[in-house]
Design a protein around this ligand. Structure first.
Ligand SMILES: *Cc1c(COP(=O)(O)O)cnc(C)c1O
Length: 404
């Protein structure tokens, strides 16, 4: 197709299937105001479930509160400049989280890519256009502790960073050279690394190397939203759609002003860069801010009590079946909420964890849980809607009782 023909085609295309007549493919006022009656989940026959598993991406992670949907809906019928939305929301998020600056990204993974890209390129447009190829870059290496060198390290390498793995403090000091671009820290893997936050930051500062930390699923506790900025990490990456309950495809990158500025140049609306495919629309940017603001203001103490009551209720009901034992633990970092393990004596209760998981999934209503061992399942309650704990308790008891 010739360029002229293509332009002609594109200018006609939106009308096909749109509103013919006015020639303007916009929604009519009535369509905007009228309540949405169409339920696509029903129409398409999608299975919905009670989420007793957790904030897994596979399970669509979390549900957005009305405050978030209000931000999304109210902004969807107006034009604004995307950069101005990022400016304003970035300022607000930075203020809430004790950072110099912030931006909304397409999830934590995208924050890791864009943060790394920003560190590698600065505001040099030529370098930005060149990523992920770092040929000719003075600094392109990223130091990571062996225990932190996990799946998600793929994000910074996607931006072009070359991973240098170290284990001891001495190895770290030796690994820092004029090629070192950044030092990456995976918060959830803290126990798997010899060097902890304060020391990591201190060594980096001594050598003037920027640090970036992944705290994707590490809220709650709410204080973690500012803890790592306060500790002196130069960039902090968070998931927006896990426990904060923002849009599933949103996240936050926050930290030093010049690094956020550079990260934004590596992202939309700019075109010639590595982040162009990580677009976040205005509704999600505003939704992310609304979610964060709402999350911080929640009564966290009360919420914790609710969670404890829910696990107690489900655990007590399960234990009514002879041979069932329960334990409640709280992961110290990441998904830091009460986690209920329901285990059973396989000689008394003839069901495997896989069979129980399937029975709960295929029951009515469907319930998602996690297998833990051949004779135990894990349940979290922070994604339950009020009252659902009673249904989970009843169903778990029913299924175990059937074979117990
Ligand atoms: C979930 C997660 C990510 C990815 O976050 P998204 O918001 O889904 O992009 C990155 N790192 C860790 C440790 C995570 O748990």
């Amino acid at each position: 197709m010739k360029r002229r023909d293509l332009i002609k085609y594109l200018s006609v295309a939106p009308i096909v299937g749109g509103i013919v007549g006015s020639g303007i493919p916009f929604l009519s006022d009535a369509a905007v105001i009228a309540p949405l009656k169409r339920d696509l989940i029903k129409e398409l026959g999608l299975r919905t479930f009670i989420n007793a598993a957790g904030t897994y991406t596979t399970h669509t992670a979390s549900l957005m509160d009305p405050e978030v949907m209000e931000a999304i809906n109210s902004s969807s019928s107006q034009f604004v400049m995307i950069s101005e939305v990022q400016d304003k929301v970035g300022e607000k998020i930075a203020e809430l989280c004790h950072a110099e600056a912030a931006m909304v990204t397409a999830g934590c993974w995208s924050a890791l890519v864009l943060g790394t890209a920003g560190i590698l390129t600065g505001t040099d447009l030529k370098k930005i256009g060149q990523l992920p190829n770092v040929e000719g870059f003075e600094k392109m290496e990223m130091i990571v502790q062996k225990g932190h060198n996990y799946d998600y390290v793929h994000a910074p390498t996607n931006a072009g960073a070359k991973v240098i793995v170290i284990e001891t403090k001495e190895e770290l000091e030796n690994a820092i050279t004029e090629k070192t671009a950044l030092m990456y820290y995976l918060n959830v893997a803290t126990d798997l690394g010899q060097i902890k936050h304060e020391e990591w930051v201190a060594i980096a500062k001594k050598h003037q190397v920027p640090t970036m930390i992944d705290i994707a699923a590490d809220i709650p506790p709410v204080q973690n939203l500012w803890k790592y900025n306060d500790l002196g990490f130069d960039l902090v990456c968070v998931s927006g759609g896990k426990a904060i309950c923002g849009p599933q495809s949103a996240g936050i990158l926050m930290g030093r002003k010049e690094l956020i500025k550079a990260a934004r140049l590596n992202a939309p609306p700019h075109g010639d860069n590595i982040g162009r495919g990580m677009k976040v629309n205005k509704e999600e940017i505003l939704g992310m801010y609304a979610a964060l603001d709402h999350y911080i203001k929640r009564d966290h103490k009360k919420e914790w009590q609710d969670w404890e009551e829910r696990v107690a209720l489900i655990g007590d009901e399960a234990k009514k079946v002879n041979g069932v034992t329960t334990t409640v633990t709280v992961p110290p970092i990441a998904n830091h909420t009460p986690l209920l393990n329901i285990a059973w004596d396989i000689s008394k209760i003839k069901i495997t964890s896989q069979e129980l998981q399937l029975a709960l999934r295929n029951g009515s209503p469907s319930i998602e849980t996690m297998q833990f061992s051949p004779n135990s399942i894990n349940i979290t309650v922070f994604m339950l809607r009020p009252g659902e704990e009673k249904i989970v308790a009843k169903r778990v008891h029913e299924e175990l009782n059937k074979v117990g």
